[in-house]
Design a binder for this molecule. Sequence first.
Ligand SMILES: [Zn+2]
Length: 346
Amino acid sequence: MPSLTPFQRVMSLLRGEQPDRVPVIPQITYTTAQITGVGLVEALHSPEKTAEALLAGQRELGYDAIYVGWESSFNLLAEAMGCTMRFPKDSVPQVADHIVKSPNDIDKVAIPDPHSSGRLPLHMEMVKLVKDAVNCDVPLFAYTPGPFTLAGQLAGVNALMVATIRNPEFVSTLLSLTTKASMRYALANVEAGVNVIVTADPTASGSLISPKTFATFAAPHLTQIAKAVTRVGSIASLHICGKTAMILDQMASTEVQILELDHLVDMQEAQEHIGQQVILMGNLNPTELLLNGTPAEVEAAAKWCIETVGQDGRFILSSGCEVPPLTPLNNIRAMVAAAEKYGQFS
Ligand SMILES: [Zn+2]
């Protein structure tokens, strides 16, 4: 039997069938800059250069999907909604000021148009270039901001945390705005050909908020986005960094098909708890293993994941979080090779 294309492999898994092997999809975006030699910052304003690097990454390293992104979606959206950005010389932009300081400020913030606000059109152009190049052979994943995380960008994370206790109504109004913004951006990505929308909500991590706060302020909005994405025929995934063991049930109940779990989560326990509800994706340690480890160490960890949670065909081998910029490419090659070597379904 001829081997499947990455698109066929991933879609077969998502349909609940067993593909030829475990798919391998490292969460790699601007780390591909080292392949084409483009500067990480230089590429920020060039859809052609970001597309070229992302395509080169998949072609040279052989993984099963492309994350069409370069910097955090919550930064891009925050900027498009009016936040001023700081552009450091050697890294991606960061939010420099928070524009929502009181409930009155919320009315002044508009939901950004992905085709005209801030630098969002550059992102949309990049998605189009990548989609045209891969046609239907390689699936595309794109991030959209978790409403709680985007609210933190607009109001400041500390102020948001305090407001969840002192002014929950303000937080709810703000979340209604950020949910609409995230949803509009997600749907524009689907329209441009993205197959899997990954809602990234790092500020809603169990490392930062309690399960109760998650239930009140994060889960309902994440569910809204997953429903909207699914309604238009796309796949919904959820990415929350750090410790999430205590909110796994809630995460799995947001109506997503895929959960991206960080290295701090025990995959075996996660599989026992929620493996029947969602496809698990993860969770090699991005820093200790992928950035600073050896190919042999990466292979051993990937083998453990595949053999422990990959046997039932409901698992995607991945990094626990974004692959850091200077990660040796041979470590990514070792990860892909491990999926090919240990992940075959007979
Ligand atoms: Zn993460």
